[in-house]
Design a protein around this ligand. Structure first.
Ligand SMILES: NC(=O)c1ccc[n+]([C@@H]2O[C@H](COP(=O)([O-])OP(=O)(O)OC[C@H]3O[C@@H](n4cnc5c(N)ncnc54)[C@H](OP(=O)(O)O)[C@@H]3O)[C@@H](O)[C@H]2O)c1
Length: 324
């Protein structure tokens, strides 16, 4: 939680992983929907680094932190089971942000109806295709670009590499934390090259036109060195900082000036103009097999917090989704 009044960017405590006893599963009756409300039975919810961000004083994004004593929240997919609003009917499948609970009760406007047949699996509505679509748009990938993405076997990274290819990048390179993930990137997701960053980043990088940064720290510093003049670095996340509470580097910011690099921070929900294009294109790419949705499904609401911690330690491949 962010202490009241502290400016974003001020001193930050080291990230602390939740321990047993920090969270509780509480049983309460499901209320009747009030006027304008609906009741949704949750089916799946997103496990992502944002959960660990919100468990610590790390978030400088304009999204609410978790409050002590209140239910945690995250993206979720559920089915309407009761409604007091004509906009939604029982059986509708909806995307919303009231995860970490079996049933969500809220105003109908808080839920977005989705096409249950848009993808081969309902879980795909929680994948980070949209985030990577926005990020690759912000990066202005051009035909012929050499593209590098960190945490490439993760939820955003696995999408970003494949989308970069569809946007014309001729060389797509990814880094990941285990030999199995490296093999997966090469053999299942079509990356041209992939490497384990524990063996070093800088020596593995050719000259880059675009770096998609999910990690920060040592990766960002190495990529700055490898960028071609006027290259673009799109900054979506900082996994190293989220996991450890701090990240070293980059110490070579002078090169950003010397090479006239663009550092482009972005936030998915700042780009609603891209959503209709994404909704039209992305399901087709998934159904045709042009995009492979990499994901791991974990079972049980009671395992949500430990799954978020395990995620940051590299336990899973692709987008992590919890089946409720
Ligand atoms: N800007 C936006 O709108 C937006 C939206 C959604 C997500 N995000 C951000 O995008 C980033 C990626 O999200 P995601 O859901 O796809 O998560 P993710 O990349 O799958 O995150 C977990 C992975 O991070 C890697 N990791 C942890 N510490 C690392 C380190 N020190 N160096 C390198 N890799 C490390 C681990 O993989 P390895 O096994 O490879 O180490 C782990 O599996 C996150 O920072 C998230 O907050 C931004």
């Amino acid at each position: 939680m962010r202490p009241g009044g502290e400016a974003p960017g001020g001193p930050r405590p080291a990230a602390r992983s939740p321990r047993p006893g920090d969270t509780r599963v509480v049983e309460v009756p499901v209320p009747e929907p009030g006027p304008g409300q609906v009741v949704v039975r949750n089916l799946f919810m997103s496990i992502d680094p944002g959960l660990v961000l919100r468990m610590n004083d790390l978030s400088t994004l304009d999204i609410p932190d978790f409050a002590v004593g209140a239910p945690m929240w995250c993206d979720a997919i559920g089915e309407v089971v009761d409604t007091a609003d004509e906009r939604l009917s029982p059986g509708d499948v909806v995307w919303h942000r009231f995860g970490f609970r079996d049933y969500a009760v809220a105003e109908a406007g808080e839920f977005r109806r989705v096409d249950p047949d848009a993808y081969p699996s309902l879980t795909h509505h929680l994948c980070f295709g949209l985030t990577a679509y926005v990020g690759t748009e912000v990066a202005q990938i051009r035909p012929g670009d050499t593209f590098f993405v960190s945490s490439a076997a993760g939820g955003v990274g696995s999408m970003a590499g494949q989308l970069a290819r569809l946007r014309g990048a001729t060389r797509v390179i990814g880094s990941a934390g285990t030999p199995e993930k490296v093999r997966y990137l090469r053999e299942s997701l079509g990356f041209d090259d992939a490497f384990d960053y524990h063996e070093g980043v800088r020596p593995r990088l050719p000259e880059l036109d675009v770096y998609y940064d999910n990690v920060g720290g040592a990766h960002l510093e190495a990529a700055i060195d490898a960028m071609r003049p006027r290259g673009r670095i799109v900054m979506g996340g900082r996994n190293e900082e989220i996991r450890t509470g701090s990240a070293e580097g980059p110490r070579n910011m002078m090169a950003v000036i010397g090479k006239r690099l663009e550092l482009l921070g972005y936030y998915t929900f700042d780009h609603p103009e891209l959503f209709p294009v994404f909704d039209e294109r992305f399901p087709k790419w998934v159904r045709s097999g042009e995009i492979v949705v990499a994901e791991t499904v974990v079972d049980g609401l009671e395992n949500g917090v430990s799954a978020a911690v395990n995620l940051m330690h590299g336990a899973y491949v692709g987008k992590v989704v919890l089946r409720i």
